[in-house]
Design a protein around this ligand. Sequence first.
Ligand code: RFL
Ligand code: PHB
Length: 396
Amino acid sequence: MRTQVAIIGAGPSGLLLGQLLHKAGIDNIIVERQSGEYVLGRIRAGILEQVTTDLLREVGVGQRLDAEGTVHHSIELVFSGTRHAIDVHGLTGGKVVTAYGQTEMTRDLMEARSEVSLPTVYEARDVEVLDYDGEHPRVRYQKDGQTHEIECDFIAGCDGFHGVCRASVPKGAITEFEKVYPFGWLGVLADVPPVSPHAIVYANSERGFALCSMRSLTRSRYYVQCPLDDKVEDWSDQRFWDELRLRLDPEMASRVVTGSSIEKSIAPLRSFVAEPMRFGRMFLAGDAAHIVPPTGAKGLNLAASDVKYLSGAFIEYYKEKSPAGIDSYSERCLRRVWKAERFSWWLTSLMHRFPDTAGFGQKIQEAELDYLVNSESLSRSLAENYVGLPLNFGER
Ligand code: RFL
Ligand code: PHB
């Protein structure tokens, strides 16, 4: 088999890149380790920045997003038992975020891909990326008991944090920056109306962080900060709902509608960046190159902006015969990535209970939050980062 761009991974970054390249007439094949159903079963992100929703519309998959996504004009911060709205829309000159599940976005992209019969190999075993430091990269994998090979011009490593692409790079050629947080998030999905359908709620409390989000007007997604060694079995539904209420302001707590969980999982929190994001003819994008703690809702959105830059670079290479885009890809992405890393780290630090910051640390967080909600400049800084910095932010 031969293609122009071999994409490893059929998560949001791989699927979106495939669609952007297809629209530009560039051939691509996606090679994915899991089955399509497995990919769709992973419950993850829920908040899309305008850059991401614009991209989905650009590749022709905006219809269901526009019909079923819920636009949010503000976010709510809870601390010291009271709730404060931040008018994100007003503070950013009209920008918004949209609540639309990663699962739904993935489904839309998968359907668009199969409608035009673009090749996707699911359940590919032992994927290897070969010769990407030369002119003729290859991807090798096992499927149905046979070895297959794809010859290509470029490899796009869209295979997530545990993927094979970054892991294939020799240690001396890559620098990794990492911060692991001493807690996790316990997430619950339930078919109950969200307590706050028009704004995500971020709560700082002495008992730890809590977050109220949604997937639709009838499906809620809630999280509470928990110790890293907690097990899902430690958390009955009842214990979860009781704890969530204790971390919200009393008025909101009284309105939480409870029900049976349909998914419950614990995710660790991590900040991670690998530099550079290009190795010869292989390019990393999305979680393969960087991880943010979910507090700022940036992971999926960064994956989308990476592949926007990457598709632009490939288009420039094929249509204008210019390597300028692929040569500047890593530097361009990393500038944006580090700003999202900073924002996610800051919001995580502000909102969570840390083992060594009880007492004094709690008071400092409450003082900063009180300053934030009463200072237009700090509120605007939060808002402009939350909706996502423009793709050309800081570029001359
Ligand atoms: P993915 O989604 O991990 O997809 C990678 C794909 O590659 C496949 N793969 C391989 N394929 C072939 N060969 C191999 N050797 C392979 N190894 C792996 C995998 O099976 C998979 O299908 O990475 P991608 O596409 O870069 O997308 C990134 C996003 O999934 C991620 O950043 C977000 O989910 C993060 N995130 C959030 N992001 C937001 O923008 N807004 C949010 O509100 C938000 N909330 C969240 C989140 C992540 C969470 N968790 C569980 C980590 C909430 C949570 C709880
Ligand atoms: C989610 O809906 O899963 C979600 C929303 C906002 C975040 C993180 C996760 O900051």
